[in-house]
Design a protein around this ligand. Structure first.
Ligand SMILES: C[S@@+](CC[C@H](N)C(=O)[O-])C[C@H]1O[C@@H](n2cnc3c(N)ncnc32)[C@H](O)[C@@H]1O
Length: 242
């Protein structure tokens, strides 16, 4: 198992296939995670949508993040993209009515090689996605291109605060609780072992703001999530200059 999880962290293109294995239990497992949907709703609110926008929900999974964005969309549209067939099956089941109404659509695509023309979206939401990308900067450059001038980006992810205790506490939470508990609930340990390792390697809030700025985003900011989650989770905001 140690070898396999090392392979996954060094071969992130294989991550969506791992999500296929747990897609049927993903909503149940995340439903047990305190504040999961509330945090997504909060991060989606940072986009300050008016309702008519075209929004990309990148790495949409089973559609929990899509639902957070859709709450702000009346006449616009959310396109959910993910590279796991299994996760998209679950998402499509949930939003049958909305997709008939034309408010939402799901597409199977690799987030590192998106098939949309430049300036396609008013806003992009990426929840628990950037951490899974083999190259964060290349992915963000692509998102910058896909946004219309003045478009907004929110990245929502685990990101360990710059305090001395965030990393040891993440180790205790990850290895002591998330891996054993989620393995029992989902029936697979590999993706959760990868989760713990990938969070250790991911950008700190300070690094994320620096990277967004390097890519060309303006007004880049980090928003910690609520309560105890503030040391583990952040939303990163940036705008493409108008
Ligand atoms: C933790 S889930 C997050 C799902 C959803 N955004 C949410 O908030 O519940 C991460 C998702 O990223 C997707 N993913 C990982 N790498 C990807 C890639 N290269 N292209 C597209 N999707 C990817 C996985 O298939 C998985 O559904």
């Amino acid at each position: 198992m140690g070898l396999k999880s090392t392979v996954l962290i060094d071969n992130k293109q294989a991550v969506p296939k791992e999500f296929n294995k747990i897609s049927g239990r993903y909503d149940f497992a995340t439903g047990l995670s305190h504040g999961y949907q509330e945090d997504l709703n909060y991060s989606a609110s940072l986009l300050k949508l008016e309702g008519h926008e075209q929004v990309l929900d990148l790495c949409c999974g089973t559609g929990k993040s899509t639902s957070a964005v859709l709450d702000f969309i009346a006449t616009g549209k959310v396109i959910g993209v993910d590279n796991s067939e299994g996760m998209l099956v679950e998402a499509n089941k949930k939003f049958q009515q909305k997709s008939v109404e034309g408010n939402v659509e799901f597409q199977l695509q690799d987030a590192m090689h998106l098939n949309f023309p430049p300036n396609s979206f008013d806003a992009i939401f990426m929840a628990y996605g950037l951490r899974n990308m083999p190259d964060y900067k290349v992915c963000l450059q692509q998102l910058f291109t896909l946004l219309k001038p003045g478009g907004k980006l929110v990245i929502h992810d685990y990101s360990l605060a710059n305090t001395w205790y965030a990393r040891p506490l993440w180790g205790i939470l990850g290895w002591g609780f998330i891996v054993p508990f989620c393995t029992v609930v989902s029936g697979s340990s590999r993706i959760f072992t990868y989760l713990v390792k990938s969070v250790f390697k991911f950008l700190s809030p300070h690094q994320a703001i620096e990277l967004l700025t390097q890519v060309g985003f303006v007004n880049a900011k980090a928003y910690p999530h609520k309560y105890w989650r503030a040391i583990f989770f952040h939303a990163f905001y940036g705008e493409k200059p108008g």
